[in-house]
Design a protein around this ligand. Structure first.
Ligand code: UT7
Length: 339
């Protein structure tokens, strides 16, 4: 048996119907369409407004579409991993809920938390599981209901985030020169003071005090996080390019985590990559954390061709960061239902 490679063989996605526009936000806090558009590049984001629905609902919808599009037999799925910062519950895992709802009989399931790097890291974990030869088919879902931890009275953060989910099927192949080629993933443990949720974890469990003092929302020192994001993402992209002899000429697409259009533009500029090769959809989804990269794949599937050289890169709370080199494995325009 030859070397086993791990490839993405399909993509499914889901975003809620409700569209929260900059105009509506301008009525909620002291902000404007002009500020949000020029400083961040977001026009609107999707919000899961139905009471009683959480991240697993969006993850399940994305995975259902993935199963439908690929025609994979659900009984052949070996594992399902949900990467999220907004699980339905502290426990059980969101992945266990999704497996139950999808009726997967032969899969084990777990959550993997790496903030906005969730999809980048989890794709690497799933690829390693496939390359070990022990597993053949793994569903990886990046899903976040960011609206569940956003303070809609804080203009500095509430304009940034949205809800959504994207799911990929990762499979084994012996075909060479496609799939996950290389990854450069790192965690810099200095990020805690700048991006976190103060209460609700084991250090500061929920109490009347934490609720009264609004400690259950996302806290961010935006300017500091911005600087780290640009530095790390561009350095990581340049490192992966150097290691794999990649240049602006032979890279087909860059698919970055989407937190701020200005961050993406600065990363492309530092790595000397043209913006028309960068897949950007932050304008209509905002920052959906673990879902940004799979949603960008979902939105652009029909543009991706077998053999395309793709760089993924992400950055998030922790700080987590990295980049990977991936060779696309199928012609997206031949897939029924591809966007
Ligand atoms: O995905 C996880 C990682 N997260 C990120 O990568 C996010 C990184 N950070 C950012 O994208 C940006 O720092 C923000 C978008 C969060 C903020 O943009 P900024 O250009 O860094 O603005 P700032 O925080 O320096 O604030 C500039 C001004 C301030 O007013 P003063 O002090 O200059 O009078 C803010 O109070 O803009 C004000 N401001 C707003 N004004 C209107 C902050 N938020 C808003 C708002 N509308 N929504």
């Amino acid at each position: 048996m030859g070397k086993i490679n791990a490839i993405i063989t399909g993509i499914g996605g889901y975003v809620p119907d409700y569209i929260l526009t900059n105009e509506e936000l301008s009525r909620m806090v002291d902000t404007s369409d002009e500020w949000i558009t020029t400083r961040v590049g977001i026009k609107e984001r999707r919000i899961l407004t139905e009471e009683g629905l959480g991240t697993s609902y969006m993850a399940r919808k994305a995975a259902k579409q993935l199963i439908q599009k690929t025609g994979v037999d659900p009984d052949t799925i070996d594992a399902l991993i949900v990467t999220t910062t907004t699980p339905d519950y502290k426990f059980p895992s969101t992945a266990s809920i999704v497996v139950g709802k999808l009726g997967l009989k032969n899969a084990f399931a777990f959550d993997f938390e790496a903030a906005c790097c969730g999809f980048l890291y989890t794709l690497d974990v799933a690829a390693s599981m496939i390359q070990s030869g022990r597993y053949k088919k793994i569903i990886v879902i990046g899903a976040d209901k960011m609206s569940s931890l956003v303070d809609y009275t804080d203009r500095a953060t509430c304009v940034l985030f949205g809800d959504g989910a994207g799911a990929v099927l990762v499979e084994a192949t012996e075909e060479q020169n496609i799939g996950v080629q290389d990854s450069y993933l790192r965690t810099d443990g200095s990020g805690l003071p700048f991006l976190h949720m103060k209460a609700g974890g084991s250090v500061c469990p929920p109490s009347h005090f934490t609720v009264d003092h609004r400690l259950h929302f996302l806290y961010q020192e935006g300017r500091t996080v911005f600087r780290y994001a640009v530095t790390y993402m561009s350095n990581d992209v340049m490192e992966i390019m150097k290691r794999n002899n990649l240049s602006a000429e032979n890279i087909d697409w860059v698919i970055p985590h989407e937190a701020n259009r200005r961050i993406i533009e600065a990363v492309a500029k530092r790595a000397e990559l043209p913006l028309d090769k960068v897949l950007i959809n932050i304008d209509h989804y905002g920052n959906t954390s673990a879902a940004t990269i799979p949603l960008a794949i979902w939105d652009n599937e029909s543009r991706l061709k077998k053999g395309d050289n793709i760089i993924f890169t992400a950055f998030g709370a922790g700080f987590v960061h990295g980049a990977s080199f991936y060779k696309w494995a199928y012609d997206g325009d031949k897939v029924a239902g591809a966007k």
